[in-house]
Design a protein around this ligand. Structure first.
Ligand code: CP3
Length: 374
């Protein structure tokens, strides 16, 4: 008996051994260290714009795919076979967290994520699992990360991610996408206490989930507050920012306490211009930006010590390749080549031309190498 316990303990405590990281430009930039060129990756780089992605996904339910580590690994690696991205992001979805809390979520082709039984009133909160064991509920994501980290062979770092509490709350109440988020916002105004309760519950799961991803091999973490723009400054400060802050603080403390590596953390709060200053002081190394803020204004608000990530309009990829090159050049001139990670201001769309994604990546590398360290 004693023997088996000690064996188990040894297994749990021994960190995974992974291949050595060869391209550390992304991690260096994220940590604020000097890089020879601007690292680049794209949100939704593993996605339907790639024919090989559509082929691998064909006929398979979205969340079944998410629960199959070998397929998640394959989908994560696909864009890297085509383009010299400086980071990989694990194929998964932010909505696996509401599933872990006990909610049913399906991905309806042509419609998007759908919750057959969204939260309607505060009484519905009791239906949620009040203490989630992330290893039991989300272990399949951890397995996908470990497998992918091995299969990457140290080529580039692997990014793990989670949705932020407010964005997940919107899905859980709206039951899917929405133009107004009025159902979720009604909660903030009518049931502030229940809203905080739900956001706290989500934060607790997200913290364990992100720590689990690092234990499984994630080398950076991005927190997606994709629906930040629906909140004004006042509501953002009350219902989003405190939880975003809490997540970075608690994840870092838990990583330290478990002797896990401290990894850079990125916060991407879409359309939250009013919050750039606060976000840059919220315990994240990197602030992700959407395309509606100018690089210079963002840098003024964020200060010089933070790394910025973004922010080309994804639709600029519809432009001819030469034009993409010009837009990238201006973007890098405005951000500078240090403390900067190039990306789009949001995810790639399914109808985008992979060649234009390649032109974007190439332009970032070429122009930033050319420009030098400024
Ligand atoms: O390459 C990557 O970025 C990694 C994988 C990833 C996916 N979703 C895969 C996916 C990541 C990081 C996400 C995050 C995610 N999921 C967010 C935050 C980022 C953002 O876009 O703001 C959000 C809001 C979701 C919820 C979600 N999942 C939506 C709105 C959709 C699109 C539905 C549709 O039909 O257009 C999804 C589905 C989804 N997640 C797809 C992918 C590649 C496409 C569906 C498919 O493959 O069948």
């Amino acid at each position: 008996m004693w023997y088996s316990i000690s064996l188990h303990t040894a297994f749990v405590l021994r960190p995974h051994t992974f291949p050595e990281l060869k391209n550390d430009a992304f991690v260096k930039a994220a940590r604020g260290e000097e890089t020879d060129y601007v690292p680049v990756w794209c949100m939704r780089q593993a996605g339907r714009y790639l024919p090989e992605f559509r082929e691998t996904r064909a006929g398979q339910d979205f969340f079944v795919t998410c629960r199959t580590p070998e397929i998640c690994c394959e989908l994560t690696l696909q864009p890297l076979r085509r383009f010299p991205f400086d980071a990989a992001i694990i194929f998964s979805d932010i909505l696996v967290v509401p599933q872990a809390l006990g909610m049913e979520v399906t991905m309806v082709p042509g419609k998007g994520p759908t919750f057959p039984e969204p939260l309607k009133e505060p009484e519905d909160l009791v239906k949620l699992c009040q203490s989630v064991d992330v290893n039991a509920e989300l272990g399949y994501v951890f397995s996908a990360i470990t497998l992918t980290r091995h299969k990457l062979e140290g080529k580039v770092p692997l990014i793990g991610f989670s949705g932020a509490p407010w964005t997940l709350m919107t899905y859980m109440i709206e039951g899917g996408g929405s133009n107004t988020m009025s159902k979720a916002k009604r909660w903030l105004y009518q049931y502030p206490e229940a809203s905080h309760k739900l956001l706290t519950l989500l934060t607790d799961v997200i913290v364990d989930y992100l720590v689990g991803q690092v234990a499984a091999g994630a080398q950076a973490l991005q927190v997606f507050e994709s629906h930040a723009g629906y909140l004004g400054a006042m509501q953002f400060n009350e219902f989003a920012l405190p939880y975003i802050r809490d997540i970075s603080k608690r994840v870092k403390a838990k990583l330290k306490a478990s002797s896990l590596p401290t990894v850079p953390m990125i916060v991407f709060a879409k359309d939250a211009h009013y919050a750039i200053e606060d976000l840059s002081q919220s315990g994240y190394e990197v602030v992700g930006l959407d395309w509606t803020v100018s690089p210079k204004v963002a840098r003024e608000k964020a200060g010089n010590s933070i790394t910025l990530q973004g922010n080309m309009d994804p639709c600029a990829l519809y432009a001819p390749k030469e034009k993409i090159g010009e837009i990238v050049k201006k973007m890098i001139d405005d951000f500078g080549t240090q403390h900067y990670i190039a990306n789009l201001g949001h995810g790639l769309y399914p109808d985008m031309d992979p060649d234009h994604v390649g032109a974007f990546v190439e332009a970032v590398h070429n122009h930033s190498r050319h420009t030098g360290k400024n």
